[in-house]
Design a protein around this ligand. Structure first.
Ligand code: AMP
Length: 427
């Protein structure tokens, strides 16, 4: 057979995550599942692709995510499909479809897809963990959701974090604020950055979030939504800040924080990791989306949630030197010098007894098998040779913390390994 002319690589903006790095992913998701589960959130599984309208209508046509970054295509049945660029719109679509009783509190994890320019910390397939809570306007739900995100970062050991919060008002007060902003921006159009000089009327709020110096300067004296809240929104906002204070969660009010998705109302927030480069330092964000259910054809239903980027969280953990990869889960490594089925049976017995066990394959030398045993991270090697087989014993050799080996009766091996691992863990 002629070799292929070209070998394949993972597409730009995607990454293979291999062990042992993947063990950190498992641990991270497990920790998130624990936190969310203990707070009454149930896991949801959603399709990775949806009708393109779910995102176009949900997120907003004028957003970067919808206008530039969607992985959309027509499938073989002629449906216009989109790989999910985020979870919230998809989750609310599921809410509208199934009408679960509220409050409906959910958590999820998985990949999302955006056609962005790949760089460190910015991928085309990235992964998020998140929660969404639908059906209550209570400001303490906002605080609960914010606190869940904050406690999660803390649980990973992260500490160099900045939580920015803002309020975007609602259907009652945002239109008047928007007019005030338009009146402010119109005479300053020429001072805006090139992109916003053209596009600012499509979504004037987005100009406030623009990082380019021209927009920053032009909007220095702009009116803020914060100062134009209706009474219910002002009360809601005050209660959210009060709750964050009561839980001693440090925050900074950032009136420029608009976020890139159009569905947000009232509370919005973003968490930045100070250990990362400013261009990709957002490790999570979220907010209220009280109009999203209606926008997707459902009953008026308030909601709030967040999504956190797993890749960026892990980069930030690396930069802070926290949340190391968990240790090996293999406690014993069986070295087979006897042939036959003895090693097969011993490994099976160990695993059934709840002891992590691995073995070498291919009848290699003692030295070669011990090398693999060392690499496996196991605490002990269990050597099964012809002598052991004849005597009904196994040689237990310690691989860490002082060498040494001894002969143990075959029937006592599983217990012996358990004790050995317990001693090591206690030490
Ligand atoms: P967003 O829905 O844009 O607020 O994104 C929520 C979080 O997902 C961000 O704070 C990032 O941590 C992460 N994220 C968003 N886009 C990307 C991307 N292209 N690559 C890696 N992480 C991302």
């Amino acid at each position: 057979m002629t070799p292929p002319e070209q070998s394949f690589r993972a597409p730009p903006g995607t990454r293979d995550v291999l062990a042992p790095e993947s063990a950190r992913w498992e641990a991270l998701v497990e920790r998130f599942a624990g936190l969310a589960g203990r707070a009454g959130y149930g896991m949801v599984l959603l399709p990775m692709f949806e009708d393109v309208g779910v995102f176009a209508r949900g997120i907003g046509e004028s957003t970067d995510v919808v206008s530039k970054e969607m992985y959309d295509f027509s499938d073989k049945g002629g449906r216009h499909i989109c790989l999910r660029p985020e979870f919230t719109a998809s989750l609310v679509r599921a809410f509208v479809q199934h009408r679960p009783t509220t409050p409906w509190k959910t958590w999820y994890w998985g990949p999302a897809f955006r056609y962005e320019r790949p760089q460190a910390g910015r991928y085309r397939q990235f992964h998020q963990v998140g929660v969404e809570a639908m059906g209550s306007e209570d400001p303490h739900l906002d605080v609960e959701v914010l606190a869940l995100a904050w406690r999660f970062y803390q649980a990973l050991g992260m500490s160099r974090l900045r939580l920015d919060v803002n309020t975007l008002g609602d259907g009652a007060c945002r239109p008047a604020y928007r007019e005030a902003l338009v009146a402010y921006l119109a005479p300053r159009e020429g001072e805006l950055c090139e992109e916003h000089r053209e596009r600012w009327r499509l979504n004037p709020l987005r100009v406030l979030d623009c990082k380019r110096p021209a927009c920053r300067e032009a909007t220095a004296g702009a009116p803020w939504q914060l100062d134009h809240l209706c009474e219910p929104c002002a009360g809601h906002w005050a209660a959210v800040l009060d709750g964050l204070g009561a839980l001693q969660i440090p925050y900074r009010v950032q009136p420029r924080l608009v976020r890139g998705l159009d569905y947000y109302t009232r509370t919005t927030f973003e968490v930045a990791a100070e250990a990362l480069d400013a261009a990709q330092d957002a490790v999570g964000g979220g907010g209220r989306y009280d109009g999203l259910s209606e926008a997707l054809g459902g009953p008026p239903t308030p909601g709030i949630g967040f999504s956190l980027g797993i890749e960026r969280i892990l980069l930030a953990c690396d930069a802070e030197g926290v949340f190391a990869a968990p240790g090996a889960r293999v406690a014993a490594f069986v070295v087979d010098l006897a042939g036959g089925t003895e090693a097969l049976c011993l490994v099976d017995e160990l695993r059934r007894g709840g002891v992590g066990a691995d073995r070498a394959f291919g009848a290699r030398s003692l030295k070669a098998q011990l090398r693999v045993a060392d690499r496996s991270g196991a605490a002990v090697a269990l050597i099964v040779g012809p002598d052991e087989l004849a005597a009904g014993t196994v040689t237990v050799r310690r691989l860490r913390g002082g060498s040494g080996q001894e002969s143990v009766k075959r029937g006592e091996v599983v217990d012996r390994v358990r004790r050995e691992v317990a001693v090591e863990e206690a030490g």
